[in-house]
Design a protein around this ligand. Structure first.
Ligand SMILES: Nc1ncnc2c1ncn2[C@@H]1O[C@H](COP(=O)(O)OP(=O)(O)OP(=O)(O)O)[C@@H](O)[C@H]1O
Ligand SMILES: [Mg+2]
Length: 220
């Protein structure tokens, strides 16, 4: 992966376990940027492109039994397509690109342990852009699990493949995220996610202004 200095845009990703509040914060940030007339894009993984849809479909079934290397290839294939069709064009157009889950999700969910993570790095194509900044929403698994239960009740949605696996699975993924964070503290901002959405939104905004002021100079 390459840090995209040749691109003029700014690549941001949101990471964290299910229910940590990624989509809530990613969308709030996108709205704020749009209100400030800063060209930006909200996108997510799995994508809405054909391979992403296939992944959603596969993982919406409780009985999904997809071998973990096969899972990794699926997510990587979606990412390559995402990169070529959406991410790189938007970065070249100098946009702020907000990605709701990206590479770290594959490392944390499918990688879990180090040998598999190294293999994921090895099979990842060199042209994938690396986020300049990643917001890691650090949420206690029990809190996240309760939020998911409430969200599902509200939207009358069935549990997803990963949610079905319960709190223990979220704890394992959380541990994997924390290790990734320890290794890449320069890129990753860890934000305690067990606080109200507005406080989190403000932390994200002030960090962004401080780290990348050039994107905000004209619009302040
Ligand atoms: N800071 C917060 N405090 C309390 N509830 C929150 C907070 N942020 C989000 N929520 C609620 O928790 C639920 C999960 O939030 P959200 O969908 O943003 O999480 P997510 O990380 O995107 O989850 P997923 O990985 O499943 O997509 C939603 O119902 C949302 O309204
Ligand atoms: Mg989400």
């Amino acid at each position: 992966m390459e840090q995209n200095e040749q691109n003029q845009g700014l690549f941001l990703s949101f990471e964290g376990i299910d229910g940590s509040g990624k989509s809530t914060q990613a969308k709030l940030l996108f709205e704020k940027l749009t209100q400030n007339n800063i060209p930006s894009l909200y996108t997510k993984e799995p994508t809405d492109l054909p391979i992403g849809q296939m992944i959603r479909n596969l993982f919406s079934k409780k009985e999904s039994q997809i071998e973990k290397h096969a899972q990794i290839f699926l997510f990587m294939a979606d990412r390559v397509q995402h990169c070529q069709e959406i991410l790189l064009p938007a970065l070249k157009a100098k946009k702020i690109v907000i990605c709701d889950r990206y590479f770290d999700s594959t490392l944390a969910y499918q990688g879990l342990d180090l040998p598999l993570q190294q293999w994921i790095q090895k099979i990842s194509p060199p042209f994938l852009p690396k986020p300049a900044l990643t917001f890691f929403l650090d949420c206690p698994p029990e809190v996240a699990f309760q939020r998911l239960t409430d969200r599902n009740a509200k939207t009358k949605q069935a549990k997803s493949y990963f949610e079905e696996r319960g709190v223990k699975f979220l704890q394992d993924v959380q541990a994997a995220y924390l290790k990734i964070y320890q290794q890449e503290k320069k890129r990753i901002l860890r934000i305690p996610a067990n606080q109200n959405p507005t406080s989190i939104e403000q932390k994200i905004w002030s960090h962004l202004l401080q780290k990348h002021p050039q994107f905000f100079l004209q619009s302040a």
